[in-house]
Design a protein around this ligand. Structure first.
Ligand code: HEM
Length: 447
């Protein structure tokens, strides 16, 4: 039965604060190893909990929205307004109902050709032996893809400035930048809003008639008789723009890093790509046959989940295990910590895609792995992210072996996403796929 005693945890809130800001990921892992599956920390009247058991993760993430809120920093709310990521309660429920169908798997499959086209164009300048900054390249590529899918436009010329403006406004939501970049933030925010409003106006005045997400959002809006103003649409659009590219870029950068450090895995993946696709541009229908490649992505997101932490606040006292979590406490859940728990993943530091065979997957509790979250706030873009990640990985790995130029390990930085820090330069070696493919009428990759 739940009672009111507090779970164990560090005594010094001051020490914990510094340890967290010095090295959050290791600090959180150490806390759970030392104190167990529910850790408690009190600072003044504020209670923080870190939970690290799949049953507790399930209870918190699947709690009803009337019981549990996502905790959202003021700076995040300022940027995303009433968009899906930041809205709460009834507004969130109704917006989610409107937006979720747009992201259904079958509808998302229609974007595959748009994505492969963007990938070809973004990488057609790549040359054999060239050294690129893979983290940068993946960010530009995933931004170009989301802009195309969201607004139906190519951002060749404006890419750099849009990227900088978006980077500046998102950086402002990180605590370490809150006091530093106000002027730059305001200018960037102005330009970004002007771009978003231009897109909305062009779509509304039917100058654009394409199967993009913004058109789908406006249509869903009209068909439900809801007359949302431009501000609400802007908030949803900026949310999808920001949430829909940095996460994918992060996950792709880590995947190239892991493949370069694990040539056996890479070889096996190349074999699968050559056998299944034979050099053809992948389509959405091809993806289910690329099982090993999908397992590579799952394993990469286990070790480096792009969203490394989620926070919830119970509206009322919330029973959890043997404890009662007081209303308004902060409950932290870290996929990074759970995904590396040796109780569920033997030798957790080892990169091993074979953990994701159906048999292995079935042996583990469901909530020890949740890169897209779960419940009423689960990522709406999960199908898109998985398809896009696969298409990027497949198309590039068909043509290139991507090699680290430095042996120094990358360090995961727990910012909004788990960006890699270190020398992210990688060298491109052209690989000609083995001639195993059956000749087909389908387009071949033009790089
Ligand atoms: C590898 C890529 C991605 C990962 C790992 C990821 C992860 C996540 C996670 C963990 C959450 C839930 C956070 C929480 O529970 O507090 C989330 C929410 C969200 N994601 Fe993603 N995401 C990815 C890609 C995308 C894409 C491509 C889009 C859209 C284009 C997107 C849009 C959203 C939105 C709108 C939410 C808020 C949902 C809500 O609160 O109702 N994400 N994402």
């Amino acid at each position: 039965m739940a009672d009111n005693k507090f779970p164990p945890g560090p005594r010094s809130a001051f020490g914990a604060f510094f340890s967290f800001h010095r090295d959050a990921l290791n600090f959180l892992s150490r806390l759970t190893r030392k104190y167990g599956d529910i850790v408690h920390l009190k600072t003044g009247s504020r209670h923080d909990y870190l939970i690290a058991h799949p049953d507790y993760v399930k209870a918190v993430l699947l709690a009803d929205e009337s019981e549990m809120r996502r905790s959202i920093h003021r700076a995040v709310r300022r940027l995303f307004g009433k968009g899906l990521l930041a809205s709460q309660e009834q507004l969130h429920v109704s917006q989610r109902r409107l937006i979720l169908p747009i992201f259904q798997k079958q509808r998302i499959a229609n974007y595959a050709a748009m994505i492969t086209d963007r990938i070809s164009r973004a990488t057609c300048q790549w040359r054999d032996g060239q050294v690129i900054d893979i983290a940068e390249e993946m960010t530009s590529l995933s931004l170009a893809v989301i802009v195309k899918i969201l607004f139906g436009v190519d951002i060749e010329e404006g890419a750099q400035s849009l990227r900088q403006d978006l980077g500046a406004v998102v950086a402002r939501t990180e605590w370490r930048n809150l006091f530093r970049t106000k002027k730059e933030f305001q200018a960037a925010r102005g330009r970004l809003d002007a771009f978003l409003h231009r897109m909305i106006q062009e779509h509304r005045s039917k100058q654009v008639d394409q199967p993009d997400l913004l058109s789908a959002l406006l249509q869903a809006n009209d068909s439900q008789g809801s007359s949302q103003g431009d501000e609400q649409i802007r908030d949803e659009a900026v949310t999808l723009l920001a949430a829909g590219h940095e996460t994918i870029a992060t996950s792709m950068a880590w995947t190239w890093y892991l493949l370069s450090r694990n040539p056996d895995v890479e070889r096996r993946m190349h074999q699968e790509l050559d056998t299944v696709l034979g050099g053809n541009t992948p389509t959405a229908e091809d993806l289910p046959r690329l099982t090993y490649t999908a397992m590579v992505i799952s394993e990469s997101m286990r070790l480096y989940p792009p969203v490394w932490s989620m926070t919830r606040r119970p509206i009322n006292d919330f029973p959890l295990g043997d404890y009662t979590i007081p209303a308004e406490s902060y409950i932290h859940i870290s996929p990074y910590v759970l995904h590396r728990d040796p109780r569920y993943f033997a030798e957790p530091e080892r990169f091993d895609p074979m953990r994701w065979t159906l048999e292995e997957y079935a042996k583990r509790p469901k909530f020890c792995y949740f890169p897209f979250g779960a419940g009423s706030r689960k990522c709406v873009g999960d199908n898109l992210a998985l398809m896009e990640g696969m298409l990027i990985l497949v198309m590039l790995a068909q043509r290139w072996t991507v090699r680290l130029v430095s042996t120094e390990p990358w360090i995961p930085q727990p910012l909004i996403t788990l960006r890699p820090k270190g020398n992210t330069s990688m060298k491109l070696d052209r690989r000609l796929p083995a001639e195993t493919g059956q000749p087909s009428g389908r387009e071949r990759i033009t790089v």
